[in-house]
Write a protein that binds this ligand. Structure first.
Ligand code: ZN
Length: 199
């Protein structure tokens, strides 16, 4: 409930370069080169590679900067072909509590509002206790962390997230959404981690 008050007291500041006025400024946006790649059988569009000012902005969102998430979400809207229903990749409840915001959800809300598109927060990230004590590789290799809590009737869904590395998380989300009846072929993210040298 303090968010509105804090936003009013502290004007937006660019997550990429700290300039005051916008959560992500035009100069930083101009530095990023938009890209599109196929990852995990999805077409993934990004504002740019995960580097420089865009990387700093993504980290600012991960640290709970709502103003940066809003500004980035507004820029994502232009990358999304309509008609589409936006579905954010949610974080875990524990991360949400620690950071104060859910970055993916904030990005998607902002993009939906700017682009006048439908938004459905359909996915739940299930961080089961069973994950505790497992090796990182085992946790990352696990599937089915995302549960879709509603049904679709073939609508075109575009997944929204902050960063795409291998695409495994997006693929998990797509699988859950497809099982619930959605058509999912694309994702739009803020930044794409380059896969140079990765097989
Ligand atoms: Zn900037």
């Amino acid at each position: 409930m303090w968010c509105g008050l804090l936003d009013a007291l502290f004007p937006a500041q660019c997550g990429g370069c700290s300039d005051v006025g916008s959560g992500y400024c035009d100069r930083c946006a101009a530095e990023a080169v938009s890209c599109v790649e196929r990852r995990a059988e999805l077409e993934v569009r990004a504002l740019g590679e995960y580097a420089g000012s865009l990387r700093r902005a993504v980290l600012a969102v991960k640290n709970g900067r709502r103003d940066v998430a809003r500004a980035l979400g507004e820029r994502l809207a232009a990358s999304i072909r309509k008609p589409a229903i936006l579905v954010p990749v949610p974080t875990t409840a524990a991360h949400r509590r620690a950071r104060g915001i859910d970055g993916g959800v904030e990005l998607a809300r902002s993009a939906a509002s700017r682009g006048r598109m439908a938004l459905r927060e359909s996915l739940v990230h299930v961080a089961r206790d069973a994950q505790r004590g497992r090796s990182r590789a085992a946790r990352l290799g696990a599937r089915g962390w995302f549960v879709c809590r509603e049904r679709f009737c073939g609508e075109r869904v575009v997944l929204i997230d902050d960063v795409c590395t291998t695409g495994a998380t997006l693929a998990d989300c797509a699988t859950s959404l497809r099982a619930a009846g959605a058509t999912v072929r694309e994702a739009v993210v803020v930044a794409l981690v380059p896969n140079h040298g990765r097989s």
